[in-house]
Design a protein around this ligand. Structure first.
Ligand SMILES: *Cc1c(COP(=O)(O)O)cnc(C)c1O
Ligand code: SF4
Length: 320
């Protein structure tokens, strides 16, 4: 992560692109800095301003466009915080914001305005969240999220998971992470060691939007995660100009299932301020899903969903 590219000037230079023709948003960048690891960069095509990986990390000039429908907290996370860093939105499962740090900054991220500075950093500061979980037997699953939970060192993560494992009503551990994709070397012996040893049923949800993100290092990382006994799923976001065609999404889904990863969700973009240019129409999304259902095995077709604040689950998107 120390070697990662941290501004658009360096990003464009590394890809031999002309900053004169590819304008960027200075205020977008000031609000949410560029962060692109070299491992992710190595899968981009130099000289291609429309590279689907580059477009996910470059603050394009459209970020500065103001639209009242695109807001700082589109999914209502602030309202469901039960203890510092603990979000309880849905029955049976809670989400822990384990870290505010990510292995990559995705420009369309709905958490780009989240007040991460306030999330607990040491195990002591997790005690209120752990207490809340302990005292609520309706909770069976804990989701480590963020930010990216795998930016936390293994000693702290395994300590947190050990503590969760002592709570009898916790059956499942879920990890929402993009690090095995952007820096696959993160999946090392240490991580796989404590994961393998956990008594909990393990679910790892990756975030990959385009088949080009999956190189041989990512395949290797996925295999290591699967060898810990974890079931690996993927969630993607429908992104205009990046994966909003049956061809692109179909290729992604096939690549995923060939790695033994189930396409779980395809998210309609959350309307976060600065991300309007990434939005694809629901009609287009539905048409793509119809196309995928005709050409892929059923298990390779993700659920097309949207997050609506106040709803008891992610809401399926269906024709009107
Ligand atoms: C999306 C989300 C979950 C997980 O929902 P699933 O449908 O079980 O994948 C849990 N908690 C919060 C706060 C979420 O946003
Ligand atoms: S890795 Fe996930 S949480 Fe981090 S910026 Fe990307 S989408 Fe957002």
């Amino acid at each position: 992560m120390k070697r990662a590219i941290r501004n658009s000037k360096d990003l464009l230079a590394a890809l031999e692109l002309d900053p004169e023709t590819l304008q960027t948003s200075a205020d977008g960048e000031a609000q949410f800095p560029v962060f692109a690891p070299l491992e992710f960069l190595s899968r981009m095509q130099a000289g291609d301003p429309n590279d689907p990986l580059l477009l996910q990390v470059l603050p394009r000039v459209q970020e500065s466009e103001i639209d009242p429908d695109f807001v700082p907290d589109p999914v209502g996370d602030a309202a469901v915080e039960r203890a510092p860093g603990l979000l309880h939105k849905y029955t049976g499962r809670v989400l822990l914001i384990v870290s505010g740090v990510c292995g990559v900054h995705c420009r369309y991220c709905f958490r780009r305005h989240y007040p991460y500075g306030s999330a607990p950093k040491s195990i002591e500061r997790w005690l209120p969240a752990l207490d809340t979980i302990q005292n609520d037997p309706s909770i069976h699953e804990v989701i480590l999220s963020g930010g990216d939970p795998l930016t936390v060192v293994d000693e702290h993560l395994s300590d947190l998971v050990d503590r969760l494992s002592t709570i009898a009503h916790i059956k499942r551990l879920r990890i929402h992470t993009r690090l095995p994709v952007v820096i696959p070397q993160r999946v090392d012996e240490k991580l796989c060691g404590w994961l393998s040893e956990s008594r909990l049923s393990k679910w790892i949800v990756l975030h990959i939007n385009h088949a080009q993100e999956i190189d041989s290092h990512v395949v290797h990382a996925i295999r290591k995660l699967q060898q810990t006994g974890a079931t690996v799923l993927n969630q993607a976001v429908l992104l205009r100009g990046i994966n909003d065609s049956a061809e692109q999404l179909g290729a992604l889904c096939e690549r995923l299932v060939d790695c033994g990863v189930l396409p779980y969700y395809l998210h309609q973009l959350d309307r976060v301020s600065g991300a309007k240019h990434f939005e694809a129409d629901r009609e287009k999304g539905l048409a793509i899903l119809t196309q995928l259902a005709k050409s892929l095995p059923g298990y390779a077709v993700p659920k097309y969903v949207q997050e609506i604040a106040g709803q008891p689950s992610k809401s399926p998107i269906t024709p009107d």
